[in-house]
Ligand binder design. Structure first.
Ligand SMILES: NC(=O)c1ccc[n+]([C@@H]2O[C@H](COP(=O)([O-])OP(=O)(O)OC[C@H]3O[C@@H](n4cnc5c(N)ncnc54)[C@H](O)[C@@H]3O)[C@@H](O)[C@H]2O)c1
Length: 338
């Protein structure tokens, strides 16, 4: 039986404990700075072999395990992951990989140095709409990709760590959309120009909204408009997407099944196009659960998970370099990092 130490028993941990149970993982320790949260998780999720801890270093020293599941807040990710690597334990961690690029790179290097599996969960990769968009692009349905557009516009009155962190939109939320752009369009970042701003009614100290333009590989332009300080009709958490190719467009909006709009070349001023709603499967498991399954398969000797940290660093670099671009008021070259 594979054994896990879970660090962080906050809001998102309930989804993970259910997935761990379903996959037959033996949780041997639950760690949280707040012992009551660890105790509650153990009792509520009936984790019979788990002991509660407040210090992950003690848990790692005292409990035999195969991996650490890191569900702490972003500022703690580096210390937790590096302590696990030092004890020869693999790590599966929540997004975002870190809260700055130096820490993110140090974590990837520490895992490589120790020869250990390190994966970052990007749950939205298993959204059915995202997978349908990716598959249609891979099948060449819209030809060669030229442009990707994403709008994420919500009013989210968050409290907790997001209210404290710098650039909460780019650091904690946009990372999902940046990762989805790479996944769906099959391209990687080369450079970014970003302007962050804080609307007058913002409840964050800074960076509650941002506009970014990324240069991606294959000549693809990716434009992102994000705000989680916008009242009124919201986009979904997944964002609203249009991906344009040489033969037409794919649209995934309002969490509806994606639609394909294929142009018919002609002599007309504007070409006609066909509309097709793409068949979209139900997903039986959460995105976290799918991440866990890929991670466990890799731990057992299978292929690397799609969110392996060496790859996820490219998504994280998009967020970190967007923040840097805003600070520098200048475009930033991402290619040396990725
Ligand atoms: N994939 C998703 O859709 C998704 C959704 C929500 C949260 N997340 C991510 O999951 C992580 C946790 O988010 P959350 O909403 O559960 O936050 P949370 O604040 O509810 O929980 C985090 C917990 O970690 C604990 N913690 C922090 N530092 C610690 C340390 N050094 N040692 C032990 N415990 C420590 C805190 O006490 C807290 O209970 C974040 O990185 C967040 O971005 C992902």
């Amino acid at each position: 039986m594979v054994r896990a130490i879970v660090v962080g028993a906050g809001a998102i941990s309930k989804v993970w404990f259910a997935a761990l149970k379903a996959e037959g993982v033996d949780v041997v320790a639950v760690v949280d700075l707040d012992l009551a949260l660890a105790d509650t998780a153990i009792a509520f999720c009936q984790l019979d072999s788990a002991e509660p801890f407040t210090d992950y270093r003690e848990a790692i020293a005292e409990r035999d395990a195969d991996f650490v599941l890191d569900l702490t807040t972003p500022g703690a990710h580096r210390d937790v992951a590096c302590a696990a690597f030092a004890a020869n334990l693999a790590v599966l961690g929540e997004k975002p990989m870190s809260h700055n690029l130096d820490d993110a790179r140090a974590m990837v290097e520490a895992a490589a140095h120790a020869g250990l599996l390190y994966t970052v969960s990007q749950s939205r990769r298993w959204e059915p709409g995202a997978m349908v968009m990716r598959d249609a692009i891979r099948a060449g349905r819209i030809g060669r990709i030229t442009a990707v557009y994403c709008d994420f516009i919500m009013g989210v009155h968050y409290t907790g760590f997001r209210a404290e962190m710098d650039s909460p939109l780019l650091n904690d939320m946009a990372i999902h959309h940046f990762d989805l752009a790479r996944m769906m369009a099959g391209v990687d970042p080369l450079g970014v120009y970003c302007r962050q701003y804080n609307p007058v009614n913002s409840w964050a100290a800074n960076g509650c909204a941002a506009d970014c333009v990324f240069d991606m590989t294959d000549g693809v332009a990716f434009t992102y408009r994000g705000s989680w300080c916008a009242e009124g009709k919201h986009t979904p958490w997944n964002g609203n997407w249009r991906i344009v190719g040489t033969k037409g467009s794919l649209i995934w909006a309002d969490d509806q099944p994606p639609t394909l709009h294929e142009a018919e070349p002609s002599e007309k001023f504007m070409w006609e196009y066909w509309n097709e709603e793409l068949e979209t499967p139900e997903m039986p498991r959460s995105g976290m659960h799918e991440n866990l399954r890929e991670f466990l398969a890799a731990l057992a000797g299978g292929p690397p998970p799609q969110c392996v940290a060496t790859d996820n660093l490219k998504s994280y670099a998009m967020a970190a370099c967007a923040i840097e671009s805003d600070r520098a008021k200048s475009p930033i070259d991402i290619s040396p990092i990725v």
